[in-house]
Design a protein around this ligand. Sequence first.
Ligand code: ADP
Ligand code: MG
Length: 272
Amino acid sequence: MATTTSTRASATAGQRPRPDQLDSKLAYLTRVLKTPTIGRVWQDLADTAREANWSHEEYLSAVLERQVADRESAGNMMRVRTAHFPAIKTLDDFNLEHLPSLRKDVLAHLATATFVPKADNVVLLGPPGIGKTHLAIGLGIKAAQAGNSVLFDTATNWITRLSRAHHAGALETELKKIRRYRLIIIDEVGYIPFDTDAANLFFQLVASRYEQASILVTSNLPFGRWGEVFGDEVVAAAMIDRLVHHAEVLTLAGDSYRTRARRELLTKDRNK
Ligand code: ADP
Ligand code: MG
């Protein structure tokens, strides 16, 4: 198969194809190269190039640019899909005026996703309904669009995944597999307390990524109460140490977005 391809390619190289053969030749070549966008755009761009008097180099770069752009956006869509976000919530949809306690400059910096290649962490703390999950998803999408592999799950589900691996004697393999994701999001630490085994597994997850790959954690509890969640002050302290050593910690305060939206509706009704 490979021989046939190379024979065919070299047999036709050098010969100038007739204009009416170019279509099928380019269709064939773009298929072999797996560059469908080029196959789709070369003709239209050639017309544009002729009209605008582009040089050969300008034409070539325009064609390749389209292919690269399509490949990147396909990659972005794929990374967003495989991140398993519970919903698609973007930072654009997030109403910053509702949350004055959120520092806009810090959020803008995190949205550049440069914390991911540095293996830095992000911690979002605050009461229920304040927008932690929304922000976590929005930042996760930004990270995925910047080319990073991302995986989202709740703390409880992460623990289930790890304890399954642990019981199968494959915890190390599993942690290694998870490390291939440049960013993992652990949502809702604190809603459900962990037993000792779960706390240890969680510690191992954090430790295995320390200075190697990023974690974004959300929690309804301040660090001071994580001992209650993990049932052990020492484990909690050791974990928080690793988590925050290179991290942006955002403590959000204010009303639940849901409650506030409801209250505003009621006030509006009353003022009618
Ligand atoms: P948390 O995870 O902190 O409990 P969520 O992120 O789930 O809160 O937010 C609750 C709901 O309110 C979600 O539907 C979310 O999209 C919405 N929400 C919260 N804060 C904002 C905001 N500032 N702008 C727009 N929507 C928000
Ligand atoms: Mg949440």
